[in-house]
Ligand binder design. Structure first.
Ligand SMILES: *[C@@H]1O[C@H](CO)[C@@H](O)[C@H](O)[C@H]1NC(C)=O
Ligand SMILES: *[C@@H]1O[C@H](CO)[C@@H](O)[C@H](O)[C@H]1NC(C)=O
Ligand SMILES: *[C@@H]1O[C@H](CO)[C@@H](O)[C@H](O)[C@H]1NC(C)=O
Length: 188
């Protein structure tokens, strides 16, 4: 018995240790009923917005922060930070419903291909303050470019979906552009 005690004792403490460790392991995670977050039925929404990228002039909404590699015909390496108005109609003077904030970078050496990383920050009605996040590949001269919606905030928590971007107007001299964005977003 005297010889057994140390083994039993150490096993006992070992077991306690295992139990405590296991309990501790799980204390940072729990499964939840989605109703506790007020999540009801998932919805699909379609937004049509016009994105205004103003590169030239006195009040640009796109600012080049990293110049492209010197002899690239596709502006490879360029990074521009944007705060572009999103309007209901194609005219800049039409009602603004939000802003596209983020950056794009020229990420292709073969064609004019951008990597877009931006938040659409809505400022209208019940959507005011909610955002969707778009991250994707934008081959500027193709007719329709599709990019994923990878998430969102506010009314767009748990958002996923895609956008289709179509150039509405482009000034090749200045680089200014108006792009129609059709956004298809699943959210609660
Ligand atoms: C331009 O690119 C060519 C190869 O495409 C290279 O040989 C040359 O050094 C480059 N010039 C500059 C100024 O970077
Ligand atoms: C959107 O929210 C901001 C901050 O809460 C507020 O200042 C602004 O007036 C709101 N805009 C609209 C159109 O409701
Ligand atoms: C493009 O911009 C330039 C410089 O502002 C202007 O002279 C030209 O008329 C514009 N072209 C179009 C098609 O709007």
């Amino acid at each position: 018995m005297a010889r057994l005690f140390p083994t039993l004792c150490s096993q006992f403490f070992f077991c306690i240790f295992i139990i405590l460790a296991a309990a501790d392991d799980e204390s940072f995670v729990r499964s939840m009923d989605r109703k506790l977050l007020g999540l009801k039925k998932e919805k699909l929404s379609h937004f049509r917005l016009y994105w205004h990228d103003i590169v030239g002039g006195q009040n640009p909404t796109a600012v080049r922060v990293v110049p492209p590699s010197s002899n690239s015909s596709t502006a490879f390496g360029l990074i521009s930070v944007i705060d572009d108005p999103l309007t209901m109609g194609p005219k800049l003077s039409s009602k603004m419903v939000g802003r596209a904030q983020g950056f794009y970078t020229s990420a292709s050496q073969q064609e004019l291909g951008l990597m877009m990383a931006m938040n659409f920050a809505f400022m209208e009605g019940k959507y005011n303050g909610s955002t969707i996040t778009i991250l994707g590949r934008n081959i500027v001269f193709s007719k329709v470019r599709e990019m994923p919606v990878i998430g969102g905030s506010g009314l767009f928590r748990f958002a996923r979906g895609y956008v289709q971007a179509k150039t509405h107007w482009l000034n090749l001299t200045t680089g200014d552009a108006v792009v129609e964005y059709n956004c298809y977003v699943m959210h609660y």
